[in-house]
Design a protein around this ligand. Structure first.
Ligand code: G3P
Length: 217
């Protein structure tokens, strides 16, 4: 499974990129606003830090304007993927942009039927928001299971990019289901490597090693 960072914070992205484990970045208008930076400059800066796909979301709601914005955003760097919302206009823009060889991430997906339409529109990525479904008492990961089944039934190439991830269980379940990508907030990403027994075991190894008086170098 690929890991994308769900942030527009350059310092966080730089920090995570150094691990060599980061496969891409997703942003959205809220994350861009939170970054405090100018949208096009932020995307250009991220594209210099990361080789993988960088999602940049259009803000128009009509297909023609979405396409115009998408063409402008894709000119920033070859690894920019255009995010469009899952609306009929977004699906029309998706079809037009992918026909031009531009990566498209169809976002704000909350149902299997929406995901089916996005795949038919040629989406490169589909972004189901699991956390927001959990927030209203549904089980967001059930949607990922449904999409995985539907996409496998018909051999759709669209990659399932699990979004709105709130905790490590979302990441584990996404991997168990066979999602292609998890886009994870940096704070959650950093917890994935942590375990209290690892810390405890390492401390014990080092304490016992110290008693030997030896060194490797
Ligand atoms: O990539 C979408 C993500 O940023 C939304 O997350 O927590 O606002 O539902 P959240």
């Amino acid at each position: 499974m690929k890991f994308f960072a769900d942030t527009a914070d350059l310092a966080e992205i730089r920090d995570l990129a150094e691990t060599g484990l980061l496969d891409g970045v997703t942003t959205n208008p809220s994350l861009i606003a939170k970054s405090g930076g100018k949208f096009l400059d932020v995307i250009a800066a991220i594209a210099k830090l990361i080789d993988g796909p960088i999602s940049a979301e259009v803000t128009a709601t009509e297909a023609k304007a979405m396409i115009e914005e998408g063409l402008k955003l894709s000119d920033i760097a070859r690894n920019v993927a255009i995010k469009v919302p899952l609306t009929w206009d977004g699906l029309k823009a998706c079809k037009a942009l992918t026909a031009r060889g531009i990566m498209v991430n169809v976002t704000l997906c909350f149902s299997a039927n929406q995901a089916l339409l996005a795949a038919k529109a040629g989406a490169t990525f589909i972004s189901p928001f699991v956390g927001r479904l959990d927030d209203i008492g549904q089980t967001g990961m059930d949607l990922i299971r449904e999409i995985r089944t539907i996409y496998d039934n018909y051999g759709f190439a669209t990659e399932i990019l699990v979004a709105s991830i709130r905790h490590p269980i979302h990441v584990k379940e996404a991997a168990l289901i066979g999602a292609d990508i998890a886009t994870v907030p940096p704070a959650v990403l950093k917890t994935l490597a942590q375990h209290v027994l690892t810390d405890k075991g390492l401390a014990q190894f080092l304490a016992d090693w110290k008693k030997t008086g030896q060194s490797i170098l």
